[in-house]
Design a protein around this ligand. Structure first.
Ligand SMILES: [Zn+2]
Length: 295
């Protein structure tokens, strides 16, 4: 959803609260502390108290945001909704600096919000893939490689054997993707990762010639494209996952200004979430709805 639509649909704190209440509770507001339905709302209009409920069973006060990413926030919910929309719509990633300028927030607040939104994407990201599956790894982290550096003749190391973070990924052709930070690239670890996201009995795996995939190939149908020789052999290629890697890298370098890898898992989760729901028009509503489901 674009920003203008968010602002029209959610012009103030009341409209945001009542939308979230409807999503979370329908017509039956419930105390998050004791699960009682004996609750009442005083209809307070003071900004910090809008949407505050009292429980008659346990005497607690609570809001619809209890336990969600909006829990205890002092930022107006409309800004949160705008931030979610900005993050979801940013094809090349969104830095907290940009968000702080767009929404007139201080930079630390913007950073906390965008980190929360990414963590929520990570929490809701689980998939099961089936069919033709491509698996591959890539590396992110460190400063972008310098080009045309005539002083330093040593080319930056790339690929397997660098000290950047390794990301492993699997994608179903025409379907969804799963990716995460790899602890190592042993056959055992790759098999564990692939088994977690892929229905291995009903799928065929396509990879390059990296030897660790041979371990995986003992457990499922496996075709190899030897990149020393060619990149496509009929149906056998890894172009889909390579396409996802380029999206991930564009977003990573577009939104990440510190070149440290602490938050790499969250950037990976964001890229997966956007890729997986790329065809859903109402991904904004999907995100809000899921943020009200606690587990
Ligand atoms: Zn209660």
């Amino acid at each position: 959803m674009d920003l203008l639509s968010v602002m029209e649909r959610f012009p103030d704190q009341e409209s945001c609260i009542s939308h979230l209440e409807n999503v979370r509770w329908g017509n039956d507001p419930q105390c998050p502390h004791c699960d009682s339905f004996e609750v009442y709302n005083r209809g307070d209009t003071n900004l910090g108290r809008i949407g505050r409920w009292n429980c008659q069973s346990c005497s607690a006060t609570f809001k619809v945001t209890a336990g969600t990413i909006f829990h205890g926030t002092k930022i107006a919910l409309q800004k949160w909704f705008l931030a979610i929309s900005l993050v979801l719509n940013a094809k090349k990633g969104l830095s907290s600096h940009q968000l702080s300028r767009d929404l007139k927030l201080n930079q630390r607040t913007a950073w906390r919000m965008v980190t929360c939104i990414r963590a929520e994407m990570a929490r809701k990201g689980s998939v099961l893939l089936r069919g033709i599956i491509e698996a591959d790894e890539t590396y992110i982290g460190g400063k972008p490689r310098r080009s045309n550096n005539k002083v330093d003749n040593e080319p930056a190391k790339r690929g397997r054997g660098t000290n950047k973070d390794a990301i492993i990924g699997v994608v179903e052709r025409g379907g969804k993707v799963a990716a995460e930070l790899a602890t190592d690239l042993s056959g055992k670890s790759l098999l564990e990762f692939i088994s977690r996201y892929v229905d291995i009995d009903e799928s065929e795996l396509m990879t390059d010639e990296f030897r660790s995939y041979q371990r995986v190939g003992k457990e499922m149908k496996h075709s190899i494209i030897n990149h020393q020789v060619q990149y496509v052999d009929g149906n056998i290629h890894t172009n889909t996952i390579e396409g996802f890697w380029s999206l991930l890298k564009r977003a990573w370098y577009g939104s990440h200004h510190h070149y440290q890898t602490t938050y790499t898992p969250l950037y990976v989760a964001e890229a997966c979430y956007k890729y997986n729901y790329r065809d859903i028009d109402e991904v904004f509503d999907k995100f809000l709805n899921e943020s009200m489901i606690l587990n």
